[in-house]
Each structure stands twice: as C-alpha cells, then as structure tokens.
Design a protein around this ligand. Structure first.
Ligand code: FAD
Length: 470
C-alpha cells in the first residue's frame, strides 16, 4: 500500500523548516509535526532573541563609551521591559512571515500540531492520528541541560528557554556556564546595566575556541564589569532576603554569589523524550541520536539531523544537515554532511572559528609542520578608524595549507566565511592574498596576513603584498 506521505518531519525548528520546504519544493508529499511553535529554539529561545538583546546592549555600550568618538558619553537610561518587548516584536515579525503556518501551507506542507511518537519504521503517531510515510526526519532539537545542584530547583532559575519570556527582567544575575550561550547573555545583560557574575567550571571561557582569543574575550567582559570566575565548582544554591545565593568552590576556597536570578547555561540535552526510539531499536547516546555518515539512524527510513543528532549545535548546521538528509532520501549518494562547520560567538568583538585550532593542528600534523600566523586588529586601519582595535586574526597552516582560522573582531561571523571557503576549496595562501579585497575593511587584514604567510612559505611569490598601508 502506498504510504500517505513521502516524508514526515518531526519538529519545525531550523532543521525541520528547511527539510519541509525543500521536500515540498521537490513536489513530495510532506507532513510536518510540531509540538510547540514553528521556529524552534532559534526563533523563540536562541539565536534571534539573543542577537536582539545584544543589539540593544551594543547601543547602550556605545552611549557609555561615546567619548572615544569625541561625543559626550551618557549613562543610558535602559528600559529593560522595553528591550525585552523589542525582542518579542522581532520574534513575532518572523513568526508571521518566514515561519508562518500559511507559508508552509502554501508550499503544500501539511502542518500537524502535537507531540509525535515514532510508532514503527514507517509510522508516526500524533495523538490519535497515524501517519504512514516513506521517510521520517527527527528534528526535535535540544533543550538546556540543568545540573543536579542542591537547592537549585527550590530557589528557581531561568534558562535560555525562559529568560526572554520574563515580564520583569532581573537587575542582577549569576550565570552558570561560560560557553557561547552564557558568554553572550552575560555581556548582553551587563551592558544593559544588569549586574552579572559568570561562573565557569572549566579553566577558561569558550573552551572550544582558541585560548589566546578566549582570554581576550574574558578580559573584555571583565573590563565591562562582568565578574568572571573560571574554575568555579558550583556546590549548591540557597535563598535569603529575597535573593538567590550560589555557593561555589574556587581554587580550594568556598565562595558565594548573590543575585536576583540564576541563569543556567550549562550545556544542552537532546529532545528524545516520548519519541519511542528505544522500541524501534534506534541507538542514542547522551549527545543525541546516533546517525551514520548519511544521517540515517539505525533504521534506514528514519533520519536525524540538527541539535538532536548532536554534531554541531548551530542553526546553520541544522539547516545544512536537513537539506543533506532530504537529498539522501530521494537522491541517494548526492551529498554528505559538511565536516567543516564554522561558528561564531556573537560577543563584541565577535569570536568566529573554522577548522583546526593550533593545538588540534599540531596534534594532527605535528608541531614542525604547523604554523600559526597572527595579526593584531590594532594594525588594521579600519579597526583604528572604528575605534575597535581589540582583536586578533589567526590563521593555522599545515605545510602551506590553511587548516584553521580564528577571528576575534567586529563582524568576525562575516569574515570567517571567506576563510571557510578557502579551507574547503584548498585555496592557496597566495591566491587568498592575491584576491583584491576592499579597503578599508577588516578583511584587508585577512588578505595581509595570508600575504605574510604566503611570503614566508618558500618566498615563491617573490615580494610582499602591499595593499593599503601596512
Ligand atoms: C541562547 C541561544 C543562542 C543561540 N545562538 C545561536 C546563533 O547565534 N547561531 C546559531 O547558529 N545557533 C545558535 N543557537 C543554537 C540554535 O538555536 C540551535 O542549534 C538550532 O535551533 C537547532 O535547530 P534544530 O532544528 O535542531 O532544533 P530546534 O530549533 O530546537 O527545533 C526543534 C523543534 O522540534 C519540536 N519538537 C520537539 N520534540 C517534538 C516532538 N516529539 N514532536 C513534535 N515536535 C517536537 C520543538 O518544539 C522545536 O520546535 C543558539 C541557541 C541558544 C539557546
């Protein structure tokens, strides 16, 4: 018997949206099941609200530091309720346009609201409906992991899922976790006048990024008034005089930190509950659903992508994997998931990375073959003109091949694209340097650094590249 659908997408977040749109464009019969709101983590609790928060925070910061530009600085009168309202307005705009139910219906996607359970290899159940399908895509995302800490549940806390829904944002917060989410929200909140303590269990913030660059981020946060505490072993939480108190051991000493609110940003947990995967023999780990290089689970008609598959927890990766999975279902062998995924933490300055860190490159290629090239942003004419000289561009090469790039700069999330393409396409350093870049941009520094590296490698190219002033 012919199934009702070619594809049932479970979860309409970043991954599910792309999969449903793509499959509908191909003329396939598609149903999409969503337990909550179309848009998922990115729209409602992740990228969009955090970037909107950071935009307001940047304005406040510029007002406070305007003297650097010959303008009298002012302490901004921040209306936190209005900032939070602005975030919701932006979310609603997106929800009513790109992510609206009408948009999907016009594409021919059947929308089903409810919690899905995989009842068989080709059957998805939603309430009392049974959907028969050729393929199923699990795109149920992830949620904040909440550590088991004595007193935390009783004291109450917020996460990225709830902080943007607050009617009255807190005046002070202790952030648990120094990964990208904790760090972005810490800077955003601090710049908006909220008192912030950031407790990080590890020795440094943003452990997946280049240590030299993360230490500058830590310095910037500290200069802006975030109380950054690395190496913090949080023991318990208590309450007193209407405030929440986090008890931690740092460097062998007991300490405590008090605030109106606790923000838990201590990692992510895949959304697997109630999907019925174990009954189907689909393997999972604490990171998520186990998939093969084609993004198939151990049941070949069921794929898993995005956060729930636990590879790179970013919207762009979720969208990429979704497209690859749909291609693999209907045009087998026509693509595989990227193993080169750039990412960016949207602090100010932004910190973006792609490829290998210096340490990873040394481990893979040996210390002899690995070289690290760095250029301070202070040497960039554009950075000087913009008054934004805190930052470094780092290129990691193995022999004369670019294998990693790490950028701490305003707009690093944009700058990293060129470097990602260079790594993926095996672009020679001299070709990167030889590409005429617009002056004055931060990208001019990328070109100059590539020129330095190309010159050093064998001096084949003959002369140092001179674009703009050095
Ligand atoms: C504060 C914060 C900031 C972030 N900033 C960025 C950023 O700047 N850039 C970036 O790339 N990434 C960012 N991320 C990460 C990004 O949000 C996620 O990687 C991305 O949303 C994952 O997409 P997804 O489709 O896998 O899951 P999601 O977007 O979470 O979508 C999953 C969907 O599945 C639904 N669902 C779950 N279970 C079921 C079920 N049983 N039945 C039906 N539906 C179900 C959920 O309701 C949800 O709508 C951020 C995350 C956070 C928390």
């Amino acid at each position: 018997m012919k199934p009702d659908y070619d594809l049932v997408v479970v979860g309409l977040g970043s991954a599910g949206i792309v999969a449903a749109e793509f499959a509908a464009d191909l003329g396939l019969r598609v149903a999409a099941v969503e337990a909550s709101r179309i848009g998922g983590d990115c729209l409602w609790t992740g990228c969009v609200p955090s970037k909107a928060l950071l935009a307001s925070a940047r304005v406040a910061h510029h007002m406070r530091t305007a003297n650097r530009y010959g303008i009298a600085p002012v302490e901004p009168d921040v209306d936190l309720v209005a900032v939070w309202q602005r975030i919701r307005t932006i979310q609603q705009e997106i929800a009513m346009t790109d992510d609206s139910p009408e948009h999907f219906r016009e594409l021919g996607v059947e929308l089903i609201f409810g919690r899905a359970r995989l009842a068989g290899r080709t059957t998805v159940e939603v309430g009392d409906r049974r959907l028969e399908t050729r393929y199923t895509l699990i795109a149920t995302g992830s949620r904040p992991a909440v550590p088991e800490l004595e007193g935390l549940a009783d004291a109450g806390f917020v996460t990225s899922e709830t902080i943007f829904e607050l009617e009255r944002p807190p005046r002070s917060v202790v952030v648990l976790g120094g990964g990208p989410i904790g760090v972005e929200l810490a800077q955003g909140c601090r710049r908006l006048g909220i008192s912030v303590t950031l407790l990080q269990r590890g020795a440094r913030l943003l452990p997946r990024d280049e240590p030299e660059l993360t230490s500058i981020v830590e310095q910037v946060l500290g200069d802006e008034g975030v109380d950054v505490r690395p190496g913090a072993n949080v023991r318990s939480v208590s309450t007193g005089t209407g405030r929440k108190i986090v008890h931690a051991e740092i460097g062998g000493r007991e300490d405590w930190f008090e605030a109106e609110e606790i923000l838990v940003a201590a990692g992510r947990t895949p959304n697997l509950d109630g999907l019925g995967l174990a009954q189907l023999g689909i393997e999972t780990t604490p990171r998520g659903v186990t998939v093969d290089p084609r993004l198939r689970t151990s049941v070949a008609s069921i794929y898993a992508v995005g956060d729930v598959a636990g590879r790179y927890l970013f919207t762009h990766n979720a969208a990429h994997e979704a497209a690859i999975a749909v291609r693999d279902m209907f045009f087998p062998g026509s693509g595989k998931p990227a193993d080169l995924v750039p990412w960016c933490t949207f602090t100010d300055p932004e910190l973006a990375s792609v490829g290998l860190t210096a340490a990873a490159a040394q481990e893979r290629n040996g210390t002899q073959a690995t070289r690290v090239w760095r250029r301070e942003l202070a040497r960039s004419d554009r950075a000087r003109a913009d008054g934004a000289v805190e930052g470094v561009i780092m290129l990691v090469t193995a022999k004369d091949k670019l294998v990693g790039a790490h950028v701490l700069a305003p707009g690093a999330g944009e700058l990293i694209q060129e470097l990602a393409l260079a790594i993926r396409s095996g672009t020679k350093l001299r070709d990167l340097a030889g590409l005429v870049h617009v002056y004055p941009t931060m990208a001019t520094s990328v070109q100059q650094l590539a020129g330095e590296a190309a010159y050093e490698y064998g001096r084949r190219w003959g002369r140092r590249l001179r674009i703009g002033r050095r």
